[in-house]
Design a protein around this ligand. Structure first.
Ligand SMILES: [Zn+2]
Length: 75
């Protein structure tokens, strides 16, 4: 299962959560204040790296959601 990083909009706590890809776009509760937290925008989230070392956007959305409608996609 992939690990995703989240940041709490309230207390700014960063935390990691292991969850299925299908749940990666859903908010996760902050471990401190239980505020729903969104995934952090990782540098590599919207790109894939091929064997030649080149990076390219993942078609149809980002690596996290594949739907083109999550926060990561809008960066
Ligand atoms: Zn919090």
């Amino acid at each position: 299962m992939p690990i995703y990083e989240y940041i709490c909009p309230d207390c700014k706590t960063k935390f990691e959560l292991m969850r299925p890809l299908s749940k990666s776009g859903e908010p996760a509760d902050c471990p401190k204040c239980k505020h729903p937290s969104k995934r952090t925008l990782s540098k590599f989230a919207c790109f894939i790296t091929d064997e030649s070392g080149a990076t390219s956007p993942v078609g149809g959305g980002c690596a996290g959601c594949a739907s083109g409608s999550c926060n990561t996609c809008h960066t």
